[in-house]
Design a protein around this ligand. Structure first.
Ligand code: GLC
Length: 434
């Protein structure tokens, strides 16, 4: 009897901190967070009716297109070359561990079969195929996680309250009808989390649309609870550009690594949650025909490495074409990143930001007694590595050739001697530490 009571007490004590942080913090979600952190690299796919206009996903509001006229695009949407197996294979070969797909973007068109609106890929287009179902099946088959982007904004629905965007799309009622719209979103989220197998994360966007209206309440806690109830292992993220809210599982940064703010959307404090930065391969999220300004393989790999060095994942975007294919340059980039990951993946997957802080020469990552020094930009053969907190280096190796490298102890760290001035995209040196 006594021991029973003791165990009961122990259980209570163990579960207390989880309760305090919100009661969705069970073992499953904690494992998901960890797996997410380990994954380090995902591919974002922005696909919707906007791909047909080929000027990015904001065209509807940027050009004040009337919502009823815009909706006619659906009647001509026939992505004849869509092949989920080919998408997923190409993405998997890049080394990405998850795909985040726009189930419904700000334009309001559902890229999945929903019962709650006819304005969806099955009921409103001649294509009549549930592309999300095909994608989800393929992801499950090929063993890559699927995350779903879901917009809180809707420039099409009359019940969606107006924010600071989508004001010129001709919808009659600025107030909308919140109860109806909120119910609609929750109904759709229920479909997404019921009909498509295991979903790794729901990725919200658009909270900022009401940032000039401080009294606006998106009723997020109930929505997050719904998600965690339907799939307890499903992560919740929100691209609100703020420090995370209660009930969120990951912290998202847009177009900037944590701690940086070049794009003007970041600057928020960095939380303890797993971090993710999303960035475009060219300059736009949705397909943009005139934008061939793709970042070089080197730039993209550097970004992925720098993200890992800051303990963040990179969610790298591609805008599929209206015909259903991924742009040829994007496919090329996937292949190039994949070749690199094939060799260097060990220094990225499962790591955490390393004990050597990011510098202008590069970053470090770390796992299981090893620090990987990623030298991205160095015009020298020797490099001082600052070491804090009693970290001692036993040995340094060139990660690829496995040849030992000379190190010299000095004040506050070690001096690393390379065989030559590095010219690789990323010269990785493996340090064995105590
Ligand atoms: C922004 C944009 C949106 C895009 C998203 C991706 O919030 O509104 O179009 O989907 O960033 O990070």
């Amino acid at each position: 009897m006594k021991t029973r009571f003791f165990f009961f007490l122990l259980l209570l004590v163990i579960s207390l901190p989880f309760k305090a942080q919100g009661n969705h913090l069970n073992e499953e979600i904690l494992r998901s967070r960890q797996e997410f952190r380990d994954a380090k690299f995902g591919i974002f796919l922005h696909w919707g009716l906007y791909s047909m206009l080929a000027t990015g996903e904001w065209t509807m509001t940027n050009n004040n297109l009337n919502y009823k006229e815009y909706a006619k695009l659906a009647g001509g949407f026939y992505p004849s070359k869509f092949d989920a197996a080919r998408w997923v294979s190409a993405i998997k070969a890049s080394g990405a561990r998850y795909i985040c797909f726009t189930s419904r973007h700000h334009e309001g068109f559902s890229m999945f079969h929903t019962r709650y609106s006819d304005y969806n890929i099955v009921d409103a287009t001649p294509f009549k195929r549930d592309v999300l179902k095909e994608l989800a099946d393929e992801c499950h088959k090929q063993g890559i996680r699927l995350h779903l982007y879901y917009s809180h904004i809707d420039w099409y629905r009359e019940d969606a309250p107006w924010g600071r965007t989508g004001r010129g799309t001709g919808r009659p009622n600025p107030e909308g009808n919140w109860d109806s719209y909120y119910q609609f979103m929750n109904n759709q989220l229920t479909e997404l989390l019921t009909n498509y197998g295991e979903i790794g994360a729901i990725w919200f966007d658009g909270w900022w649309d009401q940032d000039q209206n401080p009294d606006f309440d998106w009723h997020l806690p109930e929505q997050y609870a719904l998600i965690h109830r339907l799939q307890p292992a499903c992560l919740v993220g929100n691209n609100h550009h703020q420090t995370p809210f209660e009930g969120e599982d990951i912290q998202i940064f847009e177009r900037d690594l944590p701690g940086e703010n070049k794009a003007g959307l970041s600057g928020q404090d960095i939380s303890e949650l797993p971090l993710e930065t999303c960035e475009t391969m060219n300059g736009m999220w949705g397909y943009k025909i005139a934008d061939q300004n793709y970042k070089s393989p080197k730039t993209l790999i550097h970004y992925l490495v720098k993200a890992a060095g800051k303990d963040a994942n990179l969610l790298l975007n591609i805008g599929p074409q209206p015909d259903g294919e991924l742009p040829a340059v994007a496919l090329e980039r996937l292949e190039q990143i994949g070749k690199w990951m094939h060799v260097y993946g060990e220094t990225i997957y499962g790591t955490r930001g390393g004990c050597i802080a990011p510098h202008s020469w590069g970053v470090s990552t770390q796992k299981e007694g090893k620090v990987y020094v990623h030298i991205l930009d160095l015009q020298d053969k020797s490099l001082f590595l600052p070491l804090e907190g009693g970290v001692k280096v036993k040995r340094a190796l060139d990660f690829v050739t496995r040849r030992p490298l000379k190190i010299q102890k000095c004040k506050g760290g070690i001096l690393l001697q390379l065989e030559e001035v590095p010219t690789d995209i990323d010269k990785v040196v493996e340090l064995e530490i105590n």
